[in-house]
Design a protein around this ligand. Structure first.
Ligand code: 1CP
Length: 343
């Protein structure tokens, strides 16, 4: 498996073409996902290994991506730490008992592996279903992004609560981030033992922190996780969505840096090219247009990377639920055909 196109590209080894997968590929744009979802609520799907494995493999069978990502959610870790998670239909996830005090932080549990056995079982089942066709990516939320949900209780516009904790009570914020970091390390080690082939850390809310706080309150914790889980030939991808200073990723022990669609990939290649493999970054909304536009925009992304490796094609954030299937199929076909002309 370590010789698969996607894993080689993540390690910056020469490949015959650029690999392609998309964030949230196991999700609502697929009619086959919606059919399963009509019969089960979201958390039941996450916690039933047979269903999670089935959904993980759907986009491989239907679209033909070069990597699978295990169907789950970043919020299963805070749930295992003691918060009560609800996925409110059409409103997204929420915690009934968000973290409000030092006492709440003290009560959080960090021995999470025992409570997340269902994820490891889903990974093992998925590996059987994939049968060596493509590698399987395991993932976790970055400590800052998880802390944001745990303190806010749900998604937020301005993130006042987590940012106030950081600005007003930094020692308490660090205590919370330490506990999340310990939990994420234990969780990811379990996923790797269950034989995930690569790991992605989603820092979806990285961009809400002022740049001079980012290292202290987010990246240092991510880097610690990466160092702890790093194993020979296991690529680690970090997606710091919304950061503008990519220079700081140079010293991260990660292999791949995910780039959001608001950043100029060519500029980031100037900063990080040759040091980190880059993943990204087409705007997901382009997939709502037509095949001609999709081909020209995807071509621009390939051109920015010089079509000479060091790149994993992805969107700059998750695929949107309203994406037409034919459009995502056209994108994957285009990348598979077009990127090999130049390598
Ligand atoms: O109703 C439904 O069917 C649930 C929709 C849904 C899905 C399909 C949620 C709720 N989570 C997921 C799956 C999921 N979440 C995956 C599956 C693997 C894949 O195909 O990529 C992954 C990797 C995630 C990770 C995740 N969950 C992130 C990080 C990635 C990102 O998009 O930034 C975040 C921020 C979440 C929280 C979350 N879970 C679900 C929703 C709608 C949200 C966002 C809520 C918000 O902030 O308002």
């Amino acid at each position: 498996m370590s010789e698969h196109l996607f894993l080689k590209a993540c390690r910056n080894e020469k490949t015959e073409r650029t690999p392609v997968w998309v964030m949230r590929q196991a999700g609502r744009y697929l009619p086959e996902y919606r059919a399963v979802r009509a019969r089960h609520d979201f958390l039941t799907m996450c916690k039933t290994p047979e269903l999670a494995a089935e959904i993980t493999v759907q986009p491989i069978d239907i679209i033909g991506f070069d990597a699978a990502i295990i169907f789950s959610d970043i919020l299963v870790v805070p749930e295992a730490m003691g918060l009560s998670l609800k996925i409110v239909e059409s409103n997204g996830p929420a915690f009934d008992n968000p973290v409000k005090s030092g006492g709440d932080i003290d009560r959080l549990n960090t021995n999470v592996a025992g409570k997340l056995e269902y994820v490891y079982e889903a990974v093992r089942l998925t590996k059987k279903l994939l049968n060596g066709r493509v590698p399987l990516i395991g993932f976790a939320g970055a400590p800052f992004t998880l802390a944001a949900y745990m303190v806010e209780g749900k998604g937020s516009k301005n993130f006042e609560k987590i940012k106030t904790l950081i600005f007003k009570e930094p020692a308490l914020a660090h205590k919370l981030l330490e506990k999340i970091t310990a939990s994420v390390i234990e969780y990811l080690k379990g996923k790797i033992d269950a034989e995930c082939d690569a790991i992605q850390i989603f820092d979806s809310w990285a961009g809400v922190l002022p740049p001079d706080c980012y290292e202290e309150f987010s990246l240092n914790y991510i880097n610690r996780i990466v160092s702890e889980i790093k194993r020979d030939k296991l690529p680690v991808i970090v997606f710091p969505r919304g950061i503008r200073n990519f220079e700081i990723m140079k010293s991260s022990p990660c292999d791949v840096v995910g780039v959001d669609w608001e950043s100029d990939l060519a500029k980031i290649k100037d900063t990080l090219g040759g040091i980190k493999v880059l993943q990204g970054n087409m705007d997901p909304v382009i997939l709502l247009s037509d095949e001609k536009k999709i081909r020209s925009e995807a071509g621009k992304v390939l051109d920015k990377m010089g079509r000479d490796g060091g790149h994993v094609f992805n969107l700059g954030h998750g695929i949107l639920p309203e994406t037409p299937i034919d459009n995502i199929k056209a994108l994957v076909k285009f990348i598979k055909e077009e990127s090999n002309k130049y390598h």
